[in-house]
Write a protein that binds this ligand. Structure first.
Ligand code: HEC
Length: 149
């Protein structure tokens, strides 16, 4: 390698390292899929993405309430997960997504009725329900969701 080739090689390596590290953890990339959803495209958040961000905030608040021994009440209309438009049009209407969403909503119903003692366990079940759907439909944000336990 001559001097210039070394420079080019070094520049390329740095560039590749930056590219590898900058993959945002919230990306919704399915295993085996090259499709990227996130900051690489200047696009607006989908209705579902906006809702999911609100859900994340709502869960952070409920987690704090539970830790403080206060009753945790959901502050969102969670039924919207059944119909909100996602980034991929075929995602939300799919049988699999709908099954995960219904499971989540059933647990939410039990959670809303639960007393303080039971709500702690049901809160954990809810986060597991988030994780289950994400394993199949959107693995990227699981690192973020795990923090809600
Ligand atoms: C029924 C499936 C399902 C359930 C249940 C679910 N999610 Fe999601 N979530 C998705 C999908 C699909 C997306 C991608 C959104 C899109 O297509 O625009 C997403 C996106 C997200 C994102 C990424 C938002 C961003 O910044 O881009 C976060 C964070 C998130 N969900 C958190 C949660 C949390 C927290 C819960 C539980 C309280 C939850 N999700 C429950 C399917 C689900």
């Amino acid at each position: 390698m001559n001097f210039y080739q070394k420079i080019i090689f070094a520049t390329l390596s740095v560039f590749l390292m930056i590219a590898a590290c900058s993959t945002p953890e919230e990306e919704c990339v399915k295993p085996g899929s090259k499709k990227k959803v996130g900051k690489y495209h200047m696009r607006q958040d989908s209705e579902l993405t906006t809702l999911m961000k609100e859900m994340e905030d709502d869960f952070k608040r409920m987690k704090a309430d539970i830790a403080a021994g206060k009753p945790a009440k959901p502050g969102l209309d969670y039924q919207k997960i059944l119909t909100a438009h996602g980034t991929e049009a075929e995602e939300v209407p799919s049988e699999s997504y709908q099954a995960f969403a219904k499971n989540f909503l059933q647990t939410m119903e039990a959670f809303e009725k639960a007393d303080l003692e039971k709500s702690e366990q049901l809160y954990e079940n809810l986060v597991t329900s988030c994780m289950n759907c994400h394993t199949v439909h959107c693995p990227g944000p699981k690192v973020r969701i795990e923090k809600l336990y």
